[in-house]
Design a protein around this ligand. Structure first.
Ligand code: ZN
Ligand code: ZN
Length: 191
C-alpha cells in the first residue's frame, strides 16, 4: 500500500527531496541524544541541538529531486557512520551505515517541510541520566522495526536503489574522515 510523500530540504533550499511511500510501517520516528548525532551539527558550525529528531527508514524511499550535487559526507571516526549533509549551507541531513546493503537511513526531522506529518516519536536513545548514565525508551520497538525493514529490502534486492551508494556498494561521494582535532572541536560543542 502506497503511503504518503514527505518533502524535505536543506536550510537554503538548494537541495530538495522526498521520502516516498512513507506509510506507517515504512518509518520510525525517534529522538537521539548521542554525541555523534549532535556533533554532526557542531562540526558543521551549528549550535548543539541537545537532541536530534530522526526519521528512520530505508534508502530506496529517499529521492533527491534537486541539488544532489551538494550532497557531501563525513565520518566522525574511521569506523563511524556516514554523516551526509548539504554543502551549500552546511546542513546535516542523514546518517547511513557504511555499507549500502544495510539499506538503513536516518533523516533529521528538522529538514521535513511538515515535521508534524510523522507524528510523535516512539523511541528515544541515549537519554542523559544523573551520574553520567544513559537511558533508552522504546528501543526494542525501534530495533524490531529497523531489522524487519532491512531484511525485506535485502531479500527483494532493492538495496541498490539508493542516492547514497553506487552499484558496487561504495559511498556515492568519498567520505571525509574528521581529524582528531576536528573531532575534538565538534565534541567540545556538545559536552
Ligand atoms: Zn543548502
Ligand atoms: Zn545518535
Amino acid at each position: 500500500m502506497a503511503g504518503e510523500t514527505l518533502d524535505f530540504a536543506c536550510t537554503c533550499g538548494e537541495l530538495r527531496g522526498q521520502i516516498t511511500d512513507a506509510g506507517p510501517a515504512a518509518f520510525t520516528h525517534i529522538v537521539c541524544h548521542c554525541k555523534d548525532c549532535r556533533a554532526a551539527y557542531t562540526h558543521l558550525g551549528h549550535a548543539d541541538p541537545k537532541k536530534v529528531g530522526i526519521l528512520q527508514t530505508t534508502q530506496d524511499r529517499v529521492k533527491i529531486t534537486q541539488g544532489g550535487e551538494n550532497l557531501r559526507v563525513f565520518r566522525h571516526t574511521p569506523k563511524g557512520a556516514l554523516r551526509w549533509y548539504a554543502t551549500c549551507c552546511d546542513t546535516p541531513l542523514f546518517y547511513t551505515p557504511l555499507k549500502g546493503r544495510l539499506v538503513h537511513v536516518g533523516m533529521n526531522t528538522d529538514r521535513l517541510t511538515d515535521p508534524a506529518a510523522i507524528g510523535p516519536h516512539v523511541a528515544e536513545a541515549f537519554i542523559p541520566k544523573p551520574g553520567g548514565k544513559q537511558g533508552n525508551k522504546g528501543l526494542g520497538t525501534m530495533l524490531t522495526r529497523m531489522v524487519s525493514r532491512m531484511a525485506a529490502k535485502n531479500i527483494s534486492g532493492e538495496w541498490r536503489d539508493t542516492p547514497f551508494f553506487d552499484d558496487t556498494g561504495a559511498p556515492a561521494v568519498a567520505p571525509k574522515v574528521l581529524s582528531r582535532e576536528e573531532r575534538a572541536a565538534a565534541l567540545m560543542g556538545v559536552s
